[in-house]
Ligand binder design. Structure first.
Ligand code: ZN
Length: 349
């Protein structure tokens, strides 16, 4: 089968690989659609170190091709969503309620990390009964594939933010995860959602997903503007959806005492992420800092798919580019170099 791999740091390409086989609890999925993620770029840039011929990708839907002897609920031919995070479920972190950390910090993140990813004609899924979800008939592959990571991670940012009904939320950066955090905050009952973003196309999407106000950090001071919009109080929840030291500091500054900084950003460089001392109340401002990796699991994926089925949110507005798997090298270049106002690149197989 054909797979799109990282040949070495900074170099990608298509490669022939053997079709994987399932263990007793596993499934092999024939890929139907996938999305390119900024995490794929981090990986190719060397974020997890050198990986020779590792298949990239972790956001996919497809059809079950083969299942192991112990798989109960899935059969060949089932249309399925596959979580970007595929925990092993039996370990202590999973039993403790944090399956994305199974097998060590971020250990549930296996695709294109500790095993081959989903940018291939077929891929392997461990613990199929817990890591797959059937896609309802009325939900397209294109909509469902957003639940693998973008919608799940963005919504997690809102869920971890402890947003009061009618509360105020600032979402720092409106990339795909930030956009879904904006949509999630609105769905959870926020009374005011402030999107921080400078790119016009993303500002427009942010408004479509529920941002009431847009703050352009290239034109105004974000902290001043957020305080102004909240009558000097600051927001109940600040969601950091970029992963930059300066943005994280802004998040701490704009949150009111008793509020929550919910972090979904990935910090790929530097030794520290700094907390602004004074605005953190010299350590005593009752500001909570929450963090998490996209939760895995079938039940969560089924809940997210239900929200697509009942049309609570339409993630497909984020698809700016479409390519076939044969055009993968060009597709990756567009996503990696952020060409042509790209938000998300959809690959069909
Ligand atoms: Zn992703």
């Amino acid at each position: 089968m054909k797979a799109f791999v990282m040949k070495e740091i900074g170099r990608v390409g298509l490669l022939d690989k053997p079709t994987p086989r399932p263990g007793p609890l596993d499934a092999i999925v024939r890929t139907a659609a996938a999305l390119i993620c900024t995490s794929d770029s981090h990986t190719v840039a060397g974020g997890i170190g050198p990986r020779e011929d590792l298949t990239l990708g972790h956001e996919a839907v497809g059809t079950v091709h083969e299942v192991g002897s112990e798989v109960r609920d899935f059969r060949p031919g089932d249309r399925v969503l596959v979580g970007a995070i595929t925990p092993d479920w039996g370990d202590a972190a999973s039993q403790n309620g944090f399956p994305s950390q199974s097998g060590g910090p971020l250990g549930g993140f296996k695709f294109a990390n500790s095993k081959d990813g989903v940018f291939a004609e077929y891929f392997h899924v461990n613990h199929a009964d817990a890591n797959l979800a059937k896609i309802p008939d009325g939900v397209s592959d294109e909509a469902a594939v957003y639940c693998a990571d973008m919608l799940s991670t963005g919504f997690m940012g809102a869920e971890h933010g402890d947003i009061p009904m009618g509360g105020t939320v600032a979402v720092l950066a409106q990339g795909p995860v930030g956009l879904m955090a904006t949509a999630g905050a609105r769905l959870l009952g926020a009374g005011l959602v402030i999107g921080v973003e400078s790119v016009p196309a993303r500002q427009k999407l942010a408004r479509a997903y529920g941002a009431d106000e847009i703050v352009d950090f290239t034109k105004e001071d974000v902290v001043e503007r957020v305080l102004e919009l909240t009558g000097g109080q600051g927001v109940d929840t600040a969601i950091e959806a970029l992963g930059a030291d300066a943005t994280f500091q802004t998040a701490v500054k704009v949150v009111k005492p008793g509020g929550t900084v919910s972090n979904v950003g990935y910090y790929g460089e530097g030794e520290f992420v700094r907390i602004p001392r004074v605005e953190w109340g010299v350590g005593m401002a009752d500001k909570t800092i929450a963090s998490g990796l996209c939760p895995g699991g079938r039940l969560r994926m089924e809940r997210l798919l239900r929200m697509l089925e009942t049309k609570r949110v339409d993630p497909t507005r984020m698809t700016t580019h479409r390519f076939s798997f044969d055009e993968m090298e060009r597709a990756f270049e567009v996503a990696d170099k952020k060409l042509e106002d790209v938000v998300k690149v959809l690959i069909t197989f």
